[in-house]
Design a protein around this ligand. Structure first.
Ligand SMILES: [Zn+2]
Length: 408
């Protein structure tokens, strides 16, 4: 099961929790047609519990079967209908999901909160089916009923993002951040990335000054907004402000050292243009001293030294890099190039071969389809998740476009 499908399956679970919360409130309040709706009766049928268990186990079809049978005992059970609709949606039966949720909206005695949650489900149906305008409308209606509904806001943000309406998405995210009140660290990160997108649009429209300001704001909002540093430097470089560009890229190296390598090519070229190529060597040396396991900086420095004709120093750096990252194909490729430049000196070749032999490789790796456990041999039972016959030979293929993920 891929990560995407797992995320996919979270939605009905969350819906279930919401449903239960709504149900709880409901239990206390509802006196309908002169009789109390007895929620305990629902729990007396095995179908309800079975359905929930299938749901937790991601067995959608069985969950639908059981929950449908549970509703035949108590057709008024709003939350079960709501979940059923959501399950249809997850199975791709959007029309059916819309029918279920619209039917629920017709109930005359919905409380405000219930009304809001059914509308939310409907909005998700519309979004899933690609009916952008109707989804937008549904989420906005939810917010009129329940202005702090985080799920509606998150989906509204995603809808705007899908249409590259970055400014609108940013406004929505700011509302979410206000609701979260600093409890979620990813708010700042998302605000930073959305600002970076706005800056990218401004830059592509030729509005360099505004773009530079927006990129700087993105960095202020969250210092870990890596692309904003790169873009800020690029904008300044295009405006002929090379020193200011270098400043932005060097700030990235300081603020997010594990992504420093993204600025290497730019910095190397800029230092060269400024007549100070030594600054690149100094920068790399400083980074390697600071984090000895940093193989990317060693690889970059090795390429730089190779370019300057110092193949021997380049080779030593590459072997250091390999001890920290033996699987790195880019390092091996660079080793081959350097060995070729050094005429395949037998002493150096033996050092390389010895190092590669000692490294922890998975020869012909096999991977568990369930939990991603890796092993060299083919196993019939996974030592990690204990599932049977889940190993397949690992093949590396180019990534495909991911499926859309419903965001909750
Ligand atoms: Zn496993």
């Amino acid at each position: 099961m891929t990560m995407t499908t797992e995320l996919y399956m979270l939605a009905p679970l969350v819906a279930l929790l919401i449903g239960l919360a709504v149900g709880k409130a409901w239990e206390r309040y509802k006196l309908r047609d002169g009789r109390w709706i007895d929620r305990r009766r629902l729990r007396e049928t095995p179908h309800y519990m079975l359905g929930l268990n299938f749901l937790v186990d991601n067995q959608v079809d069985q969950a639908i079967d059981e929950l449908t049978q549970a509703t035949s005992t108590d057709t008024d059970a709003l939350e079960i209908q709501m979940i059923l609709g959501n399950l249809y949606r997850e199975k791709g039966q959007v029309g059916r999901a819309i029918n279920v949720h619209q039917a629920l909206l017709q109930r005359p005695d919905l409380r405000t909160l219930e009304h809001a949650y059914v509308l939310l489900c409907l909005g998700l149906d519309f979004r899933h089916g690609g009916f952008v305008d109707r989804a937008l409308e549904a989420f906005q209606e939810v917010l009129q009923l329940d202005p702090k509904n985080r799920y509606a806001l998150v989906n509204l943000q995603k809808l705007h993002e899908d249409q590259h309406q970055w400014t609108e998405a940013l406004h929505v995210r700011e509302q979410i951040a206000k609701i979260d009140a600093g409890r979620r660290p990813d708010d700042q990160q998302i605000l930073g990335f959305l600002r970076n997108q706005i800056g990218t649009t401004q830059a592509s429209q030729g509005n360099a000054a505004a773009a530079a300001r927006t990129f700087a704001e993105a960095i202020d909002v969250d210092a870990r907004t890596v692309p904003a540093y790169l873009n800020l430097g690029d904008v300044r470089a295009r405006q002929g402000q090379l020193a200011a560009a270098v400043d932005a890229w060097e700030k990235l190296v300081e603020a997010v050292p594990d992504h420093a390598y993204l600025a290497f090519e730019r910095l190397e070229r800029a230092y060269q243009a400024m007549g100070a190529p030594k600054r690149f060597i100094d920068l790399c040396t400083r980074l390697i001293d600071r984090s000895p396991q940093d193989w990317r900086t060693r690889l970059a420095l090795s390429r730089h030294l190779s370019g300057a004709g110092d193949h021997q120093a380049a080779f030593d750096l590459l072997l250091d890099a390999l001890t920290h990252h033996p699987h790195g194909l880019s390092i091996h490729q660079e080793v081959w190039a350097v060995l070729a430049a050094l005429g395949f000196d037998p002493a150096l070749v033996s050092r390389y071969v010895a190092l590669a032999r000692e490294a922890v490789f998975y020869l012909d790796p096999h991977v568990c389809r369930r939990c991603r456990y890796r092993t060299t041999e083919l196993l019939w039972q996974c030592p990690q998740c204990h599932e049977w016959n889940t190993f397949v030979e690992e093949r590396i293929a180019p990534a495909k476009d991911p499926e859309p993920v419903s965001s909750w």
